[in-house]
Design a protein around this ligand. Structure first.
Ligand SMILES: Cc1cc2nc3c(=O)[nH]c(=O)nc-3n(C[C@H](O)[C@H](O)[C@H](O)COP(=O)(O)OP(=O)(O)OC[C@H]3O[C@@H](n4cnc5c(N)ncnc54)[C@H](O)[C@@H]3O)c2cc1C
Length: 364
């Protein structure tokens, strides 16, 4: 059994590691982006996914992660009061820098061959060459010839927003509680990285007319009531899109990662969805391998059947939250302010929300 992965991004590398650990012959093909850009981006990994990674894939030293055991949700007009507060005996998620996760993954992939893609013809020739020597191509890139040719049918939504991400250095505080404020400009997330550092994701509506980085920092200062003596890192921005694939596979090519589902970052779930997909895919492949069968369309069909409905529901639930708070802000948060306090005290409701955030809809 031989699997070719396209893309040496987080998705491609974690997938390669999972297959390699199951003794599957895997190789990675990648485009060398070679711009040495130091990203400040961070990623929140849920408790259940972190357990899966630690148990089945690789170890992440504690120095790279910050555990989060409480999440507060507030709005523009909730007067610093949280409309919801989620706390658990277990940690809710762990925050890690994207660049640290990439580095750890690369270190753990010593046995996997990485091949640079040198020409655009590569994609066509991979399809034609060695057809009977390879079982599957897994495409973790978002904009290559396969995406354009075979997977152009998507569900799209334009969020009309830009996500600004940066790190703040601040006076030391106990920093294990995340906060999300649904401001009138868009959701602002405070994601603690350590006692001294917090990662900020501010998704700002284009109508807010943000012209420069200092406009973003000024807006941020208006909402920050927690951190003192702040120093800002460089800012990164990305135009937010919702893109969900209508078809997960074409012949022997399977899409994977953000190219299956790219969603709003407000719930920090994009990569977590990928880790959940990964567990299902690996199980399917191992079943076939143990029976001594080659990978065939039935496996891809089965993977799609087991993931697509849940992913569709999940990504649309995140859109529902995004739209709810947009509408709520247009009504000066009168809708969220009328949420009875009893709901925030309702253990069944809150446990349900925490379970969905941790595990997706797969526990149903
Ligand atoms: C600001 C931000 C914060 C995020 N935080 C989390 C998190 O805390 N937890 C989590 O599980 N996932 C999060 N995600 C999603 C996560 O970053 C991607 O799923 C993951 O990085 C997969 O990327 P890759 O490196 O494999 O693929 P690549 O092909 O290298 O990267 C995918 C690219 O898509 C961009 N992208 C991701 N989502 C969107 C979007 N909705 N609109 C436009 N561009 C997008 C990313 O910036 C990245 O450059 C976040 C995404 C963004 C944009």
């Amino acid at each position: 059994m031989k699997i070719s992965i396209i893309g040496n991004n987080l998705t491609g590398l974690i997938l390669a590691k999972a297959l390699y650990n199951k003794n599957i012959n895997v190789e990675i093909f990648y485009v060398d982006k070679s711009k040495k850009h130091k990203s400040n981006r961070t990623i929140a990994i849920t408790n259940k996914n972190m357990n899966f990674v630690e148990k089945n894939l690789f170890h992440i030293s504690k120095k790279f992660i910050n555990p989060i055991n409480e999440i507060g949700i507030a709005t523009e007009n909730s007067n610093n009061k949280e409309i919801f507060n989620f706390k658990n005996k277990k940690n809710l998620f762990y925050l890690i820098r994207n660049k640290d996760l990439l580095k750890i993954l690369k270190k753990n992939l010593k046995g996997v061959k990485l091949n640079k893609i040198k020409s655009q013809n590569f994609y066509e020739s991979l399809l034609n060459k060695n057809k009977n020597k390879r079982d599957l191509i897994i495409n973790c890139e978002k904009n290559n010839i396969y995406n354009k040719k075979f997977f152009h049918k998507k569900f799209n939504k334009n969020y009309n927003s830009i996500a600004f991400t940066f790190i703040i250095n601040h006076e030391p505080v106990n920093n294990n509680k995340a906060l999300q404020i649904f401001t009138k400009h868009g959701p602002l997330a405070f994601l603690p990285l350590s006692k001294f550092q917090t990662s900020i994701v501010f998704s700002i509506n284009k109508k807010s007319f943000i012209r420069s980085n200092s406009d973003v920092f000024d807006l941020f200062k208006k909402y920050n009531k927690i951190y003192k003596k702040i120093k800002f890192s460089q800012i990164e921005k990305v135009e937010l899109k919702f893109e969900v694939a209508r078809h997960y596979y074409h012949d022997e090519i399977l899409l994977f990662g953000d190219s299956l589902h790219q969603i709003h970052p407000l719930a920090g779930q994009g990569f977590n969805m990928t880790i959940r997909d990964l567990q299902i895919l690996i199980n399917e492949i191992i079943q076939i391998k143990d029976l001594g069968l080659p990978i065939n369309k039935n496996l891809l069909k089965e993977f799609q059947a087991k993931t697509k409905p849940y992913n569709f529901l999940y990504s649309n639930s995140i859109n529902l939250i995004e739209t709810f708070f947009k509408v709520d802000n247009n009504f000066k948060n009168k809708i969220s302010n009328s949420i009875p306090l009893s709901l925030n005290k309702n253990k069944i409701f809150k446990n349900f929300i925490m379970k969905v955030a941790d595990e997706g809809f797969s526990f149903f």
